[in-house]
Design a protein around this ligand. Structure first.
Ligand code: SF4
Ligand code: SF4
Length: 344
């Protein structure tokens, strides 16, 4: 794997050059709330020790709300006008591995039976500059879902701090190689063996469960009472889905502007909402919160794996940090692992 070196000063010049070349630079805000666009390189603050933001960068590639098309009622029929697809060139700068992997995971569902051009256009115009992560808390569990704080999976380029003012940068994908090409004068040659030594010294979160065990247990225990444990306290607020880097459900709603015109909107939705599966007849096949919580866990650890060979979770811990009633998905997965081990 090719590797370069760059000083902090040159990293700022790199950011300035990208802004001049009309890239939108997006990075974690200093308050730990969300990812935000910066307009000059003085705002470039990157650190491997930042706490994950409350919201992931998902909203930039999968919009919270966006028009699919507009319609006008005319005397001779209905006129449909396509929505413009964004061609904004975006760079996610200093992404933790548990965020960097999100675009690849969501690409599977957005390119399955139907190709979602809204997502694909934004994903194709995005570069992910991942970064080694040195933040840990009780909610992180990336090592249990086939990731790690040193994983470059999902990144195009991967930053590794070598000291306060210097970084190594790994070229991970061909897209990353082409992207960096015009700026090579800012980089020196690196040595992958040196960064391998850095990786070896990184303290990894303890692996709490085997995802394959969870998948198999869910497949055999659809009606298990264990799901009531979370289902009985879950408020159905949907916070967990909205902050998640890989939850991708959406609803489609027509908004009228009067008799003659309107637009068809695509809006984020969440399987924890009671209306999510409500049929027009009034029947709701998931009529209680236990069934909805079971769906959340099953989709992440079984159905998505069965369909796409990918766990629908990066172990970022966001949903657990923010849950108003303290439901901790990593803890639940550990408990399911224990149930499976004890054949309960
Ligand atoms: S954040 Fe917690 S309470 Fe809200 S829907 Fe998710 S699991 Fe339920
Ligand atoms: S389910 Fe929770 S821990 Fe897993 S990726 Fe989503 S927010 Fe992160």
């Amino acid at each position: 794997m090719d590797e370069k070196l760059i000083t902090l000063n040159n990293l700022k010049i790199f950011a300035e050059e990208l802004l001049k070349a009309n890239y939108t630079l997006i990075l974690q805000d200093k308050q730990g709330i969300r990812w935000e666009k910066i307009s000059n390189s003085d705002e470039l603050h990157i650190s491997s020790k930042l706490k994950p933001t409350k919201a992931s960068f998902k909203e930039f590639v999968f919009s919270k709300t966006e028009p699919i098309f507009y319609f006008n009622n005319k005397n001779d029929g209905v006129e449909l006008i396509d929505s413009n697809l964004s061609a904004e060139k975006m760079v996610f700068f200093g992404s933790k591995p548990c965020d960097a992997k999100s675009i690849n995971i969501m690409s599977k569902v957005f390119n399955w039976d139907y190709k979602d051009n809204f997502f694909n256009t934004k994903a194709e115009n995005s570069i992910v500059i991942g970064m080694l992560c040195e933040y840990r808390d009780e909610f992180c569990f990336c090592t249990s879902v086939n990731l790690s704080p040193v994983s470059s999976d999902g990144s195009d380029l991967f930053l590794i701090p070598t000291d306060e003012n210097n970084f190594a940068i790994r070229i991970v994908t061909e897209k990353g190689r082409e992207f960096i090409q015009p700026f090579l004068k800012l980089f020196a040659e690196g040595n992958p063996e040196t960064t391998d030594q850095i990786f070896k010294k990184i303290n990894l979160p303890e692996k709490g469960f085997e995802s394959e065990v969870i998948r198999s247990w869910i497949g055999n225990n659809f009606e298990h009472k264990y799901f009531e444990r979370a289902g009985e306290i879950c408020l159905g607020c949907g916070q967990c889905a909205f902050v998640c880097p890989v939850c991708h459900c959406f609803d489609i709603v027509d908004e009228e502007c009067g008799y003659s015109c309107g637009r068809r909107m695509k809006n984020w939705d969440a399987c924890q909402f009671s209306l999510f599966t409500l049929h027009g007849s009034g029947h709701n096949p998931r009529h209680n919160q236990t069934q909805r919580y079971r769906q959340r866990i099953s989709h992440k650890f079984k159905y998505y794996v069965d369909k796409f060979d990918e766990i629908l979770c990066t172990g970022c811990g966001r949903c657990s940090r923010g849950c108003p009633v303290g439901i901790d998905i990593g803890q639940i997965a550990k408990e399911v692992h224990s149930l499976a081990a004890n054949k309960v």
